[in-house]
Design a protein around this ligand. Structure first.
Ligand SMILES: *Cc1c(COP(=O)(O)O)cnc(C)c1O
Length: 429
């Protein structure tokens, strides 16, 4: 495949934009080579600046669950744009999207819209801290909640219970209030809670993780978390930026049967435009300004174009809930095809999947947390990624990302993807 024009555009972009990109994963650092510049997209495919066609398995990292340029969403945005793009005043469509989202998701009475998942998670912990009057939060190693300071934290050394910054610019003062524990390891959470009794405002978690590959909560882990939070009066925050309106109408709360105290959204809720949101029961949400003392605001929050895309998207999902089953079936088909081929060639691998989220890890051991995910063979992943890319299959350019299937993918597309792996696997070992 020829990537000449993409490479030239990347070289030019690097002169004016740090690393040539506006979000690091796009730069292909983890897999090497130059990123592909997209020209346009429709349904399950996108076309790059060199005229190559790719079957897309990232769907803009999740939002485009019904495929690119989905007509009802596109039409809604175009019509709305003709009437003005931003007012900084209330509009009816904000209430319409709020009502619909609240009707689809369990345990939420009120919702506040922001512009990204980062903002949603950042605001959710401020609200949790204000509401509980406690400072500390617990997060899980390998879970991603956006790039606000409180979340850019890694585990400290064994002797200290608090985290340390994992990016320059994050202060020790901030880091000390974020405690790190391990996914699927209830004992690590119990120990952390009892070492910080009465000080923890919230535990935030991706209820199905998607930022260390796809990792599914095991056995009684989530039940245990819920019980612990209730007992210790800690708010349980489900970061459903990825899983919300993707795993089911009601997201992971519905699929796992667990009630969260605060839920954050992003991605699908914006239908491909910049939207984030956080929501909770009334008594918690009423703690927010202007009714309550916890401050939170945004010039473009509830933007009419963004709201119209989100509303059109959620209406589609609400009216056609069979989409979630269709997506899960397609993802299972891909899983079975990939598993058969990798097994056939004796390539050590794990495939994790829930709903329309799936990831392939080149390792012998089950992948259940960040440490086991990090054991994947990255050289093999690079070969796999570029092999698939050269055959017109666009997978996430990092072993730590989940794939997001979209419902525009046909079984023909899936079979073409499986066939591509059949040829790529020859060079893997
Ligand atoms: C993408 C993501 C975020 C951050 O959302 P942005 O819109 O990129 O700021 C937060 N949490 C999870 C689980 C995500 O997948």
């Amino acid at each position: 495949m020829n990537y000449q024009r993409s490479s030239a555009l990347f070289a030019e972009a690097k002169q004016y934009i740090p690393g040539g990109v506006n979000s690091p994963v796009r730069a292909f650092k983890a897999v090497g080579g130059d990123p592909i510049f997209v020209k346009e997209a429709k349904g399950a495919y996108f076309y790059d600046e060199d005229g190559n066609r790719f079957i897309d398995y990232i769907a803009s990292w999740g939002p485009l669950i019904l495929g690119h340029a989905h007509k009802p969403v596109m039409d809604a945005v175009i019509e709305k744009a003709k009437k003005g793009t931003s007012f900084g005043m209330p509009t009816e469509i904000e209430t319409q999207l709020a009502q619909l989202a609240i009707s689809m998701v369990p345990n939420i009475d009120k919702i506040r819209f922001v512009n990204s998942g980062t903002e949603a998670c950042m605001s959710a912990i401020r609200l949790a801290r204000g509401f509980t009057k406690r400072d500390k939060i617990i997060k899980f190693a390998g879970c991603y909640h956006g790039h606000s300071d409180s979340f850019l934290i890694q585990a400290g050394s064994g002797a200290v219970t608090f985290g340390t910054p994992n990016s320059p610019g994050v202060t020790q003062g901030t880091a000390k209030d974020t405690l790190l524990v391990n996914y699927n390891d209830l004992e690590s959470v119990r120990a952390m809670v009892s070492a910080n009794k009465g000080e923890i405002a919230a535990i935030i978690i991706e209820p199905v993780a998607g930022n260390m590959g796809c990792i599914v909560p095991q056995n009684d882990f989530m039940n245990g978390l819920r019980e612990l939070c209730t007992k210790e009066q800690i708010l349980l925050i489900f970061d459903e930026v990825m899983t919300g309106f993707r795993l089911a109408k009601g997201g992971a709360q519905e699929v796992l049967g667990i009630d969260a105290d605060i839920v954050t959204f992003g991605k699908v809720i914006g239908g491909g435009l910049p939207v984030g949101a956080f929501a909770a029961r009334k008594e918690i949400m009423d703690y927010l300004a202007p009714d309550g003392p916890v401050y939170q605001a945004g010039t473009l929050s509830g933007n009419p174009l963004a709201m119209s895309a989100g509303l059109a998207m959620l209406m589609e999902l609400n009216n056609k809930p069979e989409v979630f089953e269709s997506l899960a079936d397609k993802t299972e088909h891909l899983h079975e095809g990939f598993d058969r081929i990798l097994k056939g060639k004796g390539v050590p691998h794990q495939i994790n999947r829930m709903g329309s989220m799936i990831s392939v890890h080149f390792t012998e051991e089950p992948v259940v947390d960040f440490a086991s995910s990090a054991k994947g063979n990255n050289n093999m992943f690079k070969k796999y990624f570029h092999g698939m890319l050269n055959r017109g299959i666009y997978l996430p350019p990092s072993a730590f990302e989940s794939y997001f299937l979209n419902d525009a993918l046909s079984y023909g597309d899936l079979d073409q993807t499986i066939k591509a792996l059949e040829s790529v696997v020859e060079d893997l070992n």
